[in-house]
Design a protein around this ligand. Structure first.
Ligand code: FES
Ligand code: FES
Length: 198
């Protein structure tokens, strides 16, 4: 839609978890604040509000993004997935289930960002994107081949998500539990991951 503007606000549409929302936003509002305060989607957390902790991670057009750093007014028509869009109590995303089973949290404040980031990271790896930790021999493989996710790779790829409770060992284990299922395209984990990033 064509944004309706005043000097300080604009009306735009955000597609969040497959639902279109038309909202009038202050030009200074971040996507995080619009999600939390105008759309009542409070799963995405405000930790640092400066792009340092990852608590606000969402998928923007299928890619991980720190929503505290993005002005909403610049994203008219954007497609977002928040933790609420991954699954719910009746049908959790496999990574949500793995976090639960591995007890991969303490206070839980970082957990939504960790899970959304984990889902985005698994998709990036399945698409063959390398990381800083990717070994030379891995880089020489065919372009687009799924990346091998050992613990160093998982830690590096999740390094943008901080956990002040230090739940990192169990977070890595939860991701390990799910990694085998992403990229094959036939099982529940892969289908759910494809659904949320479609
Ligand atoms: S709240 Fe966005 S990165 Fe910390
Ligand atoms: S579980 Fe408390 S900050 Fe991560």
């Amino acid at each position: 839609m064509i944004p309706q503007r005043t000097a300080t606000s604009s009306t735009l549409t955000l597609h969040v978890n497959d639902t279109a929302h038309t909202v009038t936003v202050d030009h200074r509002a971040t996507l995080l604040d619009v999600l939390r305060e105008q759309l009542d989607l409070t799963g995405s957390k405000k930790g640092c509000d400066h792009g340092q902790c990852g608590a606000c991670t969402v998928l923007l057009e299928g890619r991980r993004a720190n929503s505290c750093l993005l002005l909403a007014v610049a994203h008219d028509g954007a497609h977002l997935t928040t933790v609420e869009g991954l699954g719910d109590e009746e049908r959790p995303h496999p990574l949500q289930q793995a976090f639960h089973e591995r007890d991969a949290f303490q206070c839980g404040y970082c957990t939504p960002g960790q899970i959304v980031s984990g889902v985005g990271m698994l998709c990036e790896a399945a698409e063959g994107h390398p990381s800083h930790a990717t070994r030379r021999e891995e880089l020489q493989r065919a372009t687009g081949a799924p990346a091998e996710l050992d613990r160093d790779e998982i830690r590096e790829r999740m390094s943008g998500n901080l956990c002040r409770c230090g739940a990192y060992p169990h977070i890595v284990e939860a991701i390990e539990d799910v990694r085998e299922h992403v990229g094959g395209g036939t099982d529940h984990a892969s289908r759910r991951t494809e659904e949320v990033t479609a």
